[in-house]
Every structure is written in C-alpha cells, then in structure tokens.
Design a protein around this ligand. Structure first.
Ligand SMILES: O=C(O)CCC(=O)C(=O)O
Ligand SMILES: [Fe+2]
Length: 426
C-alpha cells in the first residue's frame, strides 16, 4: 500500500484497500471538536485574527481576510521555488505566521500512519515512530485553484512522505489524486463527493514521497488544507539510543551509579553487573531478538538508558537457568556446588538453540558451548522473576532413558564495569 487515508468512518462507505482500484477514496470522515486558527495579518489593518473551524457562512469575512493574508503558493522546480499559475494556483501561509489548535497526533492520524505506512517502507531504517512536521497552510479557491501532477520535494533523508489534512470548509472539486506504479486513488473531500459528507469533519491522506499527486480544480468554495512532512522518528522503543526529550542524567539512579563509579571501593577490580529484566520479552525468538533493546519496558529501559548514558558497555544477554549439574564446580559426591558465583551467560541474544549434544558420554562441557556463552562472575543487582523465562536451549539427555531437556533463559542487562584505576582519576 503506498497511500492511505483515514480509518475513522462514520457510516459512510469505506474505500477499498486495493490501491489498484481507481476509485473514489473520499468516503472518510473524522469528526473533531471545533478548533481555532489564529494568524498575523500584515494587511492594512494589521493585527491578529482568528477563524473557527468548521467554517460557516457567518465567518465569510474572516475567511476572505485569511486568504488576503496568504501569499501565492510556489512549488519546487529544479531546485528553485517557482510561482507559475499555470501549474499551481493556490494560496499559502507559512507555519510561522499562524497557529492552529488542531493536532494530528491527538486524533490518532499519526499512529495510523505509523501502523500502516512504516511496515512497508522500503528502507533499512529500523524505527517505529513517525514525526509529522507542520509545513504550510494552503487554500485552493474556486474558481480553478489546482496543483498539477508533481512529487513533493523531500526536506531531508529521513522524510518518507506527506500528509494532507483538509479542514472543514465548504468546497467542491479539488480532488487529490495520488498515483504510484500504475495505481491511482482519488480523495474527494468536497461537499458533493461520494459519501455525501458534510463540511464539519476532517479529511486526510498520507502518501510516500515517491507518489505522484495532483489537486484537481476547485469548482466551488475554498479548500483549506494543512500539509505536514512525515519523517522517520526513533519512536517510543528507541529511548535506549535516542531520548532527546528526556535528560537521563536527571534520574536519581544516574546520580547514584555515578557516585558508585567514582568510589574506588566499588568493584575495585572491575567486573560484571547483572540486572534481570523485570518484564518478559520474546528474547528467544528471531523477531524478539531483533526487537531488543527497542522494546525494553519500564524499569528495564530506564536502567539500560542510564548505563548507556554513563558510557558503560551494556548489552542485553540471555543467561541460563540451569540445574547445578551443569555447573563446572558441581561435586558429584556431595551433590553440591563448590562455587556458586558464576552464571552461564550467552554471548548475545539468540533464537532457540537445538543441539544433538548431551547424549551418551556428553556432559555440560559438550552441551553448553552450543549456546556460545561463558561462565561469568556476575554481581546481580536484581533477582530473577521466574515467569519471565523462555526456553532457549534444547539438548539430548542420556540416562536410564534417552530423552531431551529444555533449558530456560532469562534476559538480563550485563554491564561491564572497568577497574577503579581506569574509571577514577588517580
Ligand atoms: O492539497 C493537497 O491535497 C496536496 C497538496 C500538495 O500536493 C502539496 O502541497 O505539495
Ligand atoms: Fe504535493
């Protein structure tokens, strides 16, 4: 799917999901509370003005003033901004000149775009979020406001598309036609469009940057739109690598750990700190492995982010929950461990490992290397929660009866703490 429109239908026909249908895609309706647009007028009676949406007849004067305060809309051509009314006849207002209390995030448009457009993005950018940046207010007026076929100029490498929101104001015509790879979709947001909409609702469409599109002639009234540039954004999951809105250094745990690291008596020789992940993750499946650390939740994400901010090598690794029998210091005669301080930690997250080792003559030393881990001395800060374990290793067993054994693992944050001599100035 290369373009989508609104999923909030109120009793009108829902458009086909098949973009190969050259059909009218304008039967959507998103009713929102009335909202205001305020702008600065630079005309003869300069000052600030306000118009309320939906625009009714009584606000005709304000609408005319708004149009007067706009400039002719240009378009990008070979790197220049060009004004040419045979190509685009519309008015524009830059975002710095107005403010509007309609927010596409609040009504769920951006979530819908993230859900529908991002999974299909032909891009290697592993991200789950969408940032919509308000670009312009445009007005296409009768008679003959239009914008001929074009593709939008990307504003940066991370821009993947455009969003057009049609604000409730009476008009007819002005259909948006979006085309891609021989498919075409028409969004008719005018009052006489199929679906018999009133002019009290928001209409919108979003499409990838490589989609050609045009606005057909407006035959009656004024078609008022907000356009947004759509960018890939880290999304909520990537707090781990990018949290511009939150300074992790202000979290109390950050300060505590910083103090500990400055203290020479804290892990003087260095070593490993371990934190059991408090939440369950599908850390032993292919998809689950790919989604970490982005899907860390709650305290797990906070702790991970803090260690990263402290520049400490921190990785999410599985560690095996195993019987004493697997342990290198297990003493057969006493049936005890002579040293309980080490844990078998996988080198990295991995999907389920199945090994044929473990049969006759094989012991833990033969089985565990299939998991590619190490016995590490880990200082555990947080105890495990049993129900977060996943089966991560399956091996053969040999005894009275041959069989198989499942070994469970937990996800843990393993932090490498350098020796005090390397972290604290002498
Ligand atoms: O108003 C529309 O539907 C599309 C406008 C457009 O293509 C643009 O501003 O680049
Ligand atoms: Fe465009």
């Amino acid at each position: 799917m290369d373009f989508i429109s609104v999923a909030f239908c109120t009793g009108t026909d829902e458009p086909s999901q098949d973009p190969a249908d050259d059909h009218n895609g304008g039967a959507q309706d998103l009713t929102v509370k009335p909202f205001n647009l305020r702008w600065d007028s630079s005309g003869s009676s300069s000052g600030s003005f306000k118009i309320n949406f939906p625009i009714g007849d009584e606000q005709h004067g304000s609408l005319l003033r708004l149009i007067q305060d706009c400039q002719p809309a240009s378009f990008g051509y070979k790197g220049d901004d060009v004004n040419d009314e045979s190509y685009r006849k519309a008015a524009k207002m830059d975002r710095s000149a107005f403010c509007v209390d309609f927010c596409p995030y609040e009504v769920g448009i951006i979530d819908t775009i993230a859900q529908v457009l991002l999974p299909n993005a032909a891009s290697n950018i592993a991200t789950h979020g969408v940032k919509a940046e308000l670009y312009k207010l445009n007005i296409y007026s009768a008679l003959s406001g239009f914008f001929k076929t074009h593709v939008d100029t990307p504003r940066s490498e991370t821009q993947f598309g455009s969003l057009v929101v049609s604000l409730p104001c009476h008009h007819e015509g002005g259909q948006l036609v979006v085309r891609h790879a021989g498919n075409s979709l028409t969004f008719d947001w005018g009052n006489s469009g199929s679906g018999g909409k009133t002019s009290t609702s928001i209409q919108w469409a979003a499409f990838y940057s490589d989609c050609e599109h045009e606005v057909l002639e407006v035959t009656e009234g004024h078609r008022v739109t907000l356009t947004y540039n759509l960018y890939y954004a880290p999304g909520v999951g990537d707090l781990a690598v990018n949290s511009p809105a939150m300074d992790v250094k202000t979290l109390p745990l950050y300060k505590k750990l910083q103090d500990a690291l400055r203290d020479r008596s804290f892990m003087t020789e260095g070593g490993y700190l371990g934190i059991f992940c408090q939440h369950a993750y599908a850390h032993s499946t292919v998809e689950g492995v790919k989604s970490l650390p982005a899907v860390l939740k709650g305290a797990d994400m906070a702790v991970y982010t803090i260690f990263k901010a402290l520049d400490l090598p921190t990785s999410i690794r599985p560690f095996l929950y195993i019987d004493d029998w697997y342990h290198p210091t297990f003493d057969w005669r006493s049936q005890r461990l002579s040293d309980t301080s080490t844990t078998y930690v996988g080198g990295k997250m991995r999907p389920l490992v199945i090994t044929e080792r473990g049969g006759e003559g094989d012991g833990p030393d033969d089985i565990l290397p299939s998991f590619e881990g190490d016995w590490l001395k880990v200082n555990w800060l947080i105890k495990p929660v049993k129900d977060t374990a996943c089966v991560n290793l399956i091996h053969l067993t040999y005894g009275n009866q041959a069989g198989i054994d499942c070994v469970y693992s937990y996800a843990a944050l393993i932090v490498t703490i350098p020796p005090a001599s390397e972290r604290v100035p002498a």
